[in-house]
Write a protein that binds this ligand. Structure first.
Ligand SMILES: [Zn+2]
Length: 198
């Protein structure tokens, strides 16, 4: 048991010292002292401590046996207790978009272009205000907003202002918006196009 705990601590330290670097299983096994259950220790860092260590199951650009930790801040305990299904449901309902600033998962953050947007699950009505962990009270929040770093941007634009800004935007921005909307509302897009057809 003691040896196992030592391996987990070594792996934790190694991940935290190598934020953003892809590592392979051989390297991690060596860090863990060559023990065979190193992969289980990595899983414990994810499931018990909340470190968002990613694998090819999370990211298309990783090969099997590759691992990366991009965010040194572990997920809060409540988020770890959410089922995969609940997380997926909330992220899907929110279009994989931060509900405070509009940043999209995996894209460069609009207010901090040094970071790729990572989404967390947060409460709509805070627990301190009586909010619950029910899916209806959950929403996607990016790590920048989660850390309170972009509260300058939190006001939702009014419809009128937003439409005026879209109409004034450059064509390539409008086209990017169109593509994003088609991806977000594929069925609606199809129906609109079908209706237009003679
Ligand atoms: Zn955000």
């Amino acid at each position: 048991m003691r040896r196992g705990k030592g391996a987990r601590a070594k792996l934790r330290e190694h991940f935290l010292n190598n934020i953003g670097r892809v590592m392979d299983s051989e390297e991690l096994r060596a860090v863990a002292g060559g023990i065979t259950e190193w992969a289980r220790r990595v899983r414990e860092l994810r499931s018990e401590e909340g470190y968002q260590i990613q694998t090819h199951n999370d990211r298309d650009d990783l090969k099997p046996g590759q691992y990366i930790l991009e965010d040194p801040v572990p997920q809060p305990a409540f988020e770890r207790s959410l089922s995969k299904e609940t997380r997926a449901w909330v992220l899907d309902r929110n279009g994989f978009t931060c509900q405070m600033c509009g940043a999209v998962a995996g894209e460069l953050h609009p207010y901090d272009s040094t970071r790729k947007t990572r989404l967390h699950i947060g409460h709509i009505v805070d627990k301190s205000q009586g909010g619950t962990d029910a899916p209806a009270n959950l929403r996607a929040i990016c790590s920048v907003c989660n850390e309170g770093a972009s509260n300058l941007t939190l006001e939702r634009p009014s419809n009128l202002k937003l439409l005026a800004q879209v109409r004034r935007a450059k064509s390539d921005t409008q086209l990017e918006l169109l593509q994003w909307l088609i991806r977000k509302f594929p069925q609606h897009a199809k129906e609109f196009l079908d209706d237009e057809r003679p």
